[in-house]
Design a protein around this ligand. Structure first.
Ligand SMILES: Cc1cc2nc3c(=O)[nH]c(=O)nc-3n(C[C@H](O)[C@H](O)[C@H](O)COP(=O)(O)OP(=O)(O)OC[C@H]3O[C@@H](n4cnc5c(N)ncnc54)[C@H](O)[C@@H]3O)c2cc1C
Length: 350
């Protein structure tokens, strides 16, 4: 039988193992918690790269997914694995004047039947949102709806969801995934947007191509959720430095706000970067765009007091609530966004 102290040590070592497996130069000697802290608490891209690579490892997901310490840590970003927990959180946020965007975790499904089940799940979500009159929208990943398996069927499913979202008084967001999916995602967005108004797409400021993509979408009077970008992309494709990404974000935000001023776009700023939000709001004031005409969306569990403060200030705020059992890659990306969060995971071991 494994005694609790030994179990904790095994769990701690699985994190260390993860570091060693994904970074060839990790210390070979028996590592300590201090070593974990040294790797993850320094503001460097090594930890980010490590975590983003880990997010793509099915083996690692299998090793760590059922560990109690990791499940405890995940709860910080997720009200629960099941839809009722997400709807409950949405109702609580609604009472505070904050909207929600619901997303079932999952990506890159390999079978058409699986994709059809995801579509049906979202149809059920929209029915429940409509019945409970929740101020909630949905956000989907196209690879979760079978983009890799059958693009035509994926497009048909997105059309179905866009119609159901409109019927429920809700809205359909399309996430943006890795750079290899951008063309297909924008193509599907364009097709669906030509028939439905209540659909929007996410654009990533870190991609060098995004200014051109935004320019091509603007004539559609689009709904755009602007984010920095969460994936591991080469420098030829995405800006590697935070400073460049922030600068690109601000330029794109200003272009969107100009369209909002003419009522030709719905602009959502999906970021927890409060300095950036402040600068976006200053640009909005300069352009005479009122706080009620653009939105800020953040993730569940991050910057909650600031979400409420923005809402009190008249900015429409929504919180993206993720749920589901397939949380490992998504959680690794959340850790990569702020590698110091790994310390929070380690604390759950001790
Ligand atoms: C509503 C929403 C939808 C999104 N949709 C997509 C999408 O479709 N495609 C995509 O590629 N990316 C998406 N993202 C993720 C996004 O690309 C960034 O990876 C993520 O938002 C972190 O960047 P940031 O803008 O918050 O700025 P950062 O500069 O990374 O962070 C600013 C500050 O926010 C806090 N913070 C940020 N992240 C965390 C965290 N995980 N835990 C604790 N504190 C944190 C920290 O204090 C940090 O210093 C989405 C993000 C949001 C909020």
């Amino acid at each position: 039988m494994v005694r609790p102290r030994h179990a904790r040590a095994i769990h701690r070592n699985s994190i260390i193992l993860m570091i060693q497996l994904y970074h060839r130069h990790a210390p070979a000697a028996t590592p300590s918690v201090m070593a974990v802290r040294a790797v993850f608490c320094r503001p460097m891209s090594l930890a980010r790269r490590l975590l983003l690579r880990a997010s793509r490892s099915a083996w690692l997901a299998g090793q760590l997914r059922d560990r109690a310490f990791l499940r405890r840590a995940v709860r910080r970003f997720m009200p629960g694995e099941e839809l009722p927990a997400a709807l409950g959180a949405a109702a609580e946020l609604a009472a505070l004047g904050i909207g929600s965007v619901l997303t079932q975790l999952g990506e890159q499904v390999a079978a058409r039947g699986e994709a059809a089940r995801v579509r049906d799940h979202y149809l059920d979500v929209l029915a429940q949102v409509g019945a409970r009159r929740l101020p909630a929208e949905i956000s989907v990943k196209l690879t979760h709806l079978g983009l890799d398996v059958d693009r035509a069927a994926c497009l048909a499913d997105v059309q179905v969801l866009a119609r159901a979202a409109a019927d429920a008084g809700s809205f359909l967001w399309i996430d943006m995934e890795e750079s290899c999916y951008v063309d297909a995602t924008l193509e599907i967005f364009r097709s669906v947007r030509s028939a439905h108004e209540r659909v929007g797409v996410c654009l990533q400021a870190y991609l060098r191509r995004t200014p051109a993509d935004l320019g091509a979408l603007l004539p559609l009077a689009p709904a755009i959720r602007l984010v920095k970008g969460a994936y591991n992309e080469p420098a030829t494709i995405a800006y590697p430095s935070k400073r460049d990404v922030d600068a690109a974000y601000l330029v794109l935000a200003e272009r969107l706000l100009e369209r909002v001023a003419r009522r030709e776009a719905r602009a959502v700023f999906g970021t927890h970067d409060l300095a950036l939000v402040k600068r976006v709001r200053e640009r909005a004031t300069t352009l005479r765009v009122t706080p009620g005409s653009y939105e800020v969306h953040m993730l569940y569990g991050i910057r909650s007091p600031e979400q409420r403060a923005l809402a009190r200030d008249g900015v429409p705020v929504s919180v993206l609530i993720s749920y589901g059992t397939h949380w490992f890659p998504w959680y690794m990306r959340r850790l990569a966004e702020r590698p110091a969060n790994v310390w929070f995971v380690v604390r759950n071991l001790i």
